[in-house]
Design a protein around this ligand. Structure first.
Ligand SMILES: NC(=O)C1=CN([C@@H]2O[C@H](COP(=O)(O)OP(=O)(O)OC[C@H]3O[C@@H](n4cnc5c(N)ncnc54)[C@H](O)[C@@H]3O)[C@@H](O)[C@H]2O)C=CC1
Ligand SMILES: O=C(O)C(=O)Cc1ccc(O)cc1
Length: 366
């Protein structure tokens, strides 16, 4: 007997989940999407087994329902699901970046056959839509689950079991804690990144050379501002209380920086920057905790044609697999530094030594 999964919303995240679940022969995926072209694409590319334009009918056949829609639509679907007469128990989950509004709604549902567990796979990109979906998107990513009150632990276990194929790391969080933490490390940074870009845009009216000057640092710190504006508006709206508080904190932080500058507080400013540097340098290097560790190396690849392939080959020859790779541009059009992540300290040191033997100029992040 195959497990039937009804996926409502087959965009970047829903499509990626469908792809990773479709890979297992035990699963049968029914896809629903408001966009008929998306459904057509999903069927043609073997991302789903069946397309349906009738959410209620598709939901009735499901063992699991996954809402891969924007948060506002997800709340509406929860109401719709509540009114369906299911013939069996069904496990319902979502993928929304904000959890409290979703869990608040889920906790009001009266349908005895629905077991709701909020979900948030914490990986994505600035792209949207099914064409950007990837089966491996959630590999090694944190996947947060927040069960609704009265949800039996067996339902959460069944969902965890289903999600094994995503190769993500599942953790359980309360909705409010989730929203506060993702507010700090994801939502608020996005708001600031967009504000920084707008500030540069405004200064660009005075200095037309500004876009050309926008080099590595500006690009690094504002990368996330290229995200999907509708998606981020929806995230900010549903996490608005936390966002407003964080804007207040930020305003205080800026006021203290302003004071240090106005009073020539050089040592205070150095201490401030050092504290930030130490915390930043320590991020992701913890052995314990919920977040996976990253061990980074920076390889100088300026003017070295084919350097990426060579570096990857050398490491593959040593049996080291690269878990993440990124080119940090120094100047537009000129490759600069390759940032490689490997998954253990030993691999990091070994990579450093072997690449050094091949003459690469590199730096290791402690
Ligand atoms: N984009 C990202 O990096 C991440 C997004 N998320 C969450 O995933 C959810 C979806 O985001 P994305 O996949 O990025 O968006 P997307 O725009 O790529 O996909 C949304 C899909 O939902 C469909 N849809 C919209 N309204 C619908 C309706 N009424 N009925 C049926 N289908 C409908 C759209 O046609 C589209 O295919 C959001 O709740 C977001 O917070 C979570 C983690 C990462
Ligand atoms: O690309 C990035 O850096 C992201 O931040 C992607 C992302 C967007 C929204 C989420 O809820 C989780 C991850």
């Amino acid at each position: 007997m195959r497990t039937t999964i009804t996926m409502i919303g087959l965009g970047l995240i829903g499509g990626s989940l469908a792809k990773s679940l479709y890979a297992s022969e035990d699963n049968y995926i029914i896809g629903c999407d408001i966009n008929p072209k998306t459904l057509e694409f999903a069927l043609m590319n073997e991302i789903i087994d069946e397309a349906s334009s009738n959410v209620t009918e598709a939901a009735k056949k499901a063992d699991f329902i996954i809402l891969g829609t924007p948060i506002t639509e997800t709340l509406e679907f929860l109401d719709q699901l509540d009114n369906i007469t299911f013939e069996q128990k069904v496990i319902v989950t979502d993928v929304s970046s904000v959890k409290k509004t979703v869990l608040d709604k889920a906790n009001t549902l009266t349908n005895q056959n629905i077991r709701f567990i909020g979900g948030h796979p914490m990986a994505g990109s600035h792209k949207r839509g099914i064409k950007a979906a990837k089966a491996h998107l959630f590999e090694n990513a944190i996947y947060v689950l927040s069960p609704a009150k009265n949800c039996p632990s067996s339902a959460a276990e069944a969902l965890e079991n289903l999600l094994t194929d995503t190769k993500s790391h599942i953790i359980k969080l309360k909705a409010d804690e989730h929203d506060e933490m993702t507010g700090v490390i994801s939502h608020f940074p996005h708001l600031i990144a967009s504000a920084l870009v707008r500030q540069a845009m405004k200064w660009g009216e005075t200095y037309q050379f500004i876009p050309k000057l926008a080099a590595g640092g500006f690009r690094d710190v504002t990368r996330i501002a290229s995200g999907n504006p509708e998606l981020w508006q929806d995230i900010f709206y549903h996490n608005k209380e936390k966002m407003v508080r964080m804007i207040d904190d930020w305003t205080n932080e800026m006021a203290s920086l302003k004071y240090m500058l106005q009073t020539d507080g050089k040592s205070e400013l150095t201490a401030y920057l050092k504290q930030a540097k130490d915390f930043r340098d320590g991020l992701g290097t913890k052995e314990k905790g919920a977040f996976p560790a990253f061990y980074d190396l920076y390889v100088d690849i300026r003017d070295q044609t084919g350097a990426i392939a060579s570096v990857a080959n050398i490491l593959a020859g040593e049996g080291i697999s690269i878990t993440n790779i990124r080119i940090l541009e120094i100047r537009e059009g000129i490759t600069g530094v390759l940032r490689l992540s490997v998954s253990s300290k030993d691999e990091q040191i070994k990579s450093y030594q072997v690449l050094q033997q091949y003459g690469y100029d590199l730096m290791l992040e402690e």
